[in-house]
Design a protein. Structure first.
Length: 338
């Protein structure tokens, strides 16, 4: 246990150090490369801010995996190889916005290749569900990246919850090897959040937010295939990823309700709606953190329940999100109708 814990903590610290250094350099280099996010009508920040932090996050994970990823390459290769295409696509989009059809197509093809090559043991319905899951999370974390420290902070919490879930799957908290990739990502995110905490000095851009959804989506598939029923396992994952999925779903519903394209960017995300209710932006981000933590921990407890206990807990979690939706949607939908 001591040896594996040492490598796990080392992975976190090394990824943090590399990410911090790369972010520091990108802040100074980004303006020369045209990686600058300018203020706009649909944006919260009020001054030009460098972006490209997603590249630092990805490279920190890659370098840490190469240095300390002992016996992890079979598990990490899908995330890092396919992640390169996701990051590259996002970086191009950061430099020059691409059509959503092209982005969605490349994301779907990348997810399909990963699932068909590295998860061939799954049945074809499960493979299709996994592809949909990956593409949904890629875009959910991308949409969530609309306030300082929001998407990265939620990803940090999600990676931690998945790590605990993997430890529960191993049925012993001494098996640190399976969660080492999660700790690498958490370290890389910590280095980035140093510069992304309000007021942000660096944004991750689409290169970062899409990679987070892709990486965490693949890590979540490690939980599939346990002794628990498939429906219960997916319920746990829905709880862990409740914040980005709720944000994406609610925004799409609102845009369709208003007769607009679901791919049209605006300021109607969960964080924006909380600000409309009177919260400051930093407070709205912290409230979303708590929602993600509460829902995710509830999901982990759900994994340990069975029978009526699992049913009652699932109903409680659903009621939590329905209550949130009722509070914010009543005002938002009514305001639109008026």
């Amino acid at each position: 246990m001591t040896d594996s814990l040492f490598w796990a903590l080392g992975s976190f610290l090394l990824a943090f150090a590399i990410s911090w250094l790369l972010c520091w350099g990108i802040i100074r280099l980004a303006p020369r490369l045209g990686l600058v996010d300018l203020p706009g009508e649909r944006k919260v920040h009020t001054h030009a801010t460098p972006r490209g932090g997603g590249l630092a996050i990805y490279l920190a994970v890659v370098v840490t995996a190469a240095a300390l990823g002992r016996n992890l390459w079979p598990d990490l290769l899908p995330s890092l190889i396919a992640g390169f295409f996701i990051v590259t696509l996002g970086l191009i989009d950061d430099l020059r916005p691409l059509p959503w059809q092209l982005r969605l197509g490349v994301q779907t093809i990348t997810a399909a290749v990963v699932i068909f090559l590295w998860h061939a043991d799954l049945s074809w319905p499960a493979q299709l569900a996994a592809i949909f899951w990956l593409v949904a999370l890629i875009n959910a974390f991308n949409m969530l990246d609309n306030m300082d420290a929001l998407s990265a902070g939620v990803a940090w919490i999600t990676a931690g919850l998945l790590a605990v879930g993997l430890l529960i799957r191993e049925e012993k908290f001494s098996a640190w090897l399976p969660v080492q990739p999660n700790l690498m990502l958490m370290g890389a995110l910590t280095g980035f959040l140093w510069f992304n905490w309000p007021p942000a000095r660096l944004f991750m851009g689409d290169a970062g937010s899409t990679f987070l959804g892709f990486f965490l989506g693949l890590r979540s598939l490690r939980i599939i295939g346990t002794d628990q029923p498939v429906s219960q396992t997916w319920a746990v994952l829905l709880c862990i990823f409740a914040v980005p999925l709720y944000d994406m779903t609610s925004v799409v519903v609102l845009r369709l309700w208003q007769g607009r394209s679901p791919f049209h960017a605006d300021k109607q995300h969960l964080s924006h709606r909380l600000v409309m209710l009177g919260l400051s932006s930093p407070l709205a981000v912290r409230v979303i953190y708590l929602l993600g933590l509460a829902s995710g921990l509830g999901g982990l407890v759900l994994w340990q329940c069975s029978g009526l206990g699992a049913l009652f807990l699932a109903i409680q979690i659903v009621c939590l999100w329905l209550a949130i939706a009722a509070v914010e949607y009543f005002r938002h939908f009514r305001a639109f109708r008026l």
